[in-house]
Design a protein around this ligand. Sequence first.
Ligand SMILES: Cc1cc2nc3c(=O)[nH]c(=O)nc-3n(C[C@H](O)[C@H](O)[C@H](O)COP(=O)(O)O)c2cc1C
Length: 216
Amino acid sequence: MSTTELSGLYDVIHRRRDTRREFTGAPIAPDALRRVLTAAHAAPSVGLSQPWDFVLVRDETTRRAFRDHVHAERSLFTAQLDAERAELFGRIKVEGILESSLGIVVTYDPDRGSPAVLGRHAIADAGLYSVCLAIQNLWLAATAEGLGVGWVSFYREDVLRRLLHIPARIRPVAWLCVGPVAGLPDQPDLERAGWRNRIPVEDVMHHERYRERSSR
Ligand SMILES: Cc1cc2nc3c(=O)[nH]c(=O)nc-3n(C[C@H](O)[C@H](O)[C@H](O)COP(=O)(O)O)c2cc1C
């Protein structure tokens, strides 16, 4: 890989942001969407199971129903916070479901490639890890295409299953808000809001053995 290509890769990795506020609502070019989904589908997966599916949600009624559910879940979370954190959380946006151009729901099918998924016999979660890698590929490709992505996890899996007719054995892993953006901020939204800061890489590095540290 040339130095320019390498710096392009790291640039995309560091430019990627979870997006909520910056969506313009403009349509996504079909070719770009195809490239982004193809990048997601190129992810590594345990036993080459490729256990993901991508449900593209454009319908306004479906999106409104999901947004209402997310708002209800947000209220439940707020109720767990003390007054100061609740006030701070009140200023944080956790979704751009209606503002984005497209919802992409990424699901996990534990039966794909089964019964004997190579590499999953001891760690069942390896299937889920694979889906998360597909999401990260999607996120980075979208960033390179000038699109924003916002991961929404304020939902109950059964509610989303019912909404999208997802069978009970399949797990919805993420609702991704995707679309063109006005720009991407330099800092994570939660850091800007004063909710939590990124921690230096040195603080998560260990040498030779794991050393317990106070939680950050
Ligand atoms: C598994 C997962 C679930 C997330 N769920 C939400 C969510 O429900 N709402 C939200 O606003 N951001 C959500 N995020 C985004 C994180 O808040 C964000 O990645 C983090 O603050 C770091 O910011 P950055 O992605 O811009 O670097 C989620 C991210 C991950 C990986």
